[in-house]
Design a protein around this ligand. Structure first.
Ligand code: IPE
Ligand code: MG
Length: 225
């Protein structure tokens, strides 16, 4: 969800106001995804690297997250959305962790869209954490190293409960992955839009899905005759 800062700058607003507009785009996008029938939506809300930002901005983002999880919870619940989160969640402020766990618990039985928030998330960190988990299983005698393959490895990632993404949407025109789901996006179709995240909504989502539906996915195979 990139471009909140640029969106604010274009309007002479503060970066925090850009993030607030970004939260509104989250609400719109979640609504659009539930209408379209998307099964899993993972939003890159805060990266491992975002901790480097000025303290005031990090605090503003954390407050916004906490408020989003509390104020929007009923609306999200009504839409049958199931909240989940991935990342090094223990690094988040306690209040955010509590709000997150409340949201996850309250929506656990919902059967619609699974909304995964990537928080304090980094793809490399996730791969390292998976490796540590595998090493622990081997050391405790629960896993034979000869059995380790891509499926076993994936079962130790934070995303073990979710399918790999089919479509990766990148906003603000940047052509990079920025440490997002590095393992999981191996065969994802990539859609890049110049739109800044606060301007994201149903129209761009439709455009992304439309383009996705025209792509031929071969997964390394050849086209059928
Ligand atoms: C939002 O956009 C990303 C978050 C960490 C929430 P940015 O804050 O990176 O916006 P730009 O890149 O400065 O425009
Ligand atoms: Mg950015």
């Amino acid at each position: 969800m990139d471009g909140n800062g640029r969106w604010a700058k274009e309007r002479g607003l503060s970066r925090s106001e850009g993030h607030r507009a970004g939260a509104e785009a989250v609400r719109r996008t979640v609504e659009a995804c539930t209408d379209v029938g998307i099964e899993v939506l993972t939003l890159y809300a805060f990266s491992s690297e975002n901790w480097k930002r000025p303290k005031a901005e990090v605090e503003a983002l954390m407050r916004l997250l906490e408020r989003f999880l509390t104020d929007k919870l009923d609306e999200i619940c009504e839409r049958n959305v199931r909240f989940q989160a991935i990342g090094q969640l223990d690094k988040l402020p306690k209040r955010c962790q509590e709000a997150l766990h409340r949201a996850i618990a309250k929506t656990a039985e919902n059967t619609g869209l699974t909304l995964v928030l990537a928080l304090s998330y980094g793809g490399r960190e996730e791969i390292v954490d998976a490796t540590k988990s595998i090493v622990r299983h081997v050391a405790e005698g629960h896993l034979d190293p000869a059995m380790i393959n891509t499926e076993v490895f994936a079962a130790h990632l934070y995303t073990r409960y979710y399918p790999d993404p089919d479509l990766l949407v990148r906003t603000s025109g940047e052509l990079r992955l920025s440490n997002f789901l590095l393992w999981q996006v191996s065969y994802a179709e990539i859609f890049v839009t110049k739109k800044l995240w606060p301007d994201f909504g149903r129209d761009v989502l439709d455009e992304a899905i439309e383009e996705f539906s025209r792509r031929e996915r071969r997964f390394g195979d050849v086209s059928p005759p």
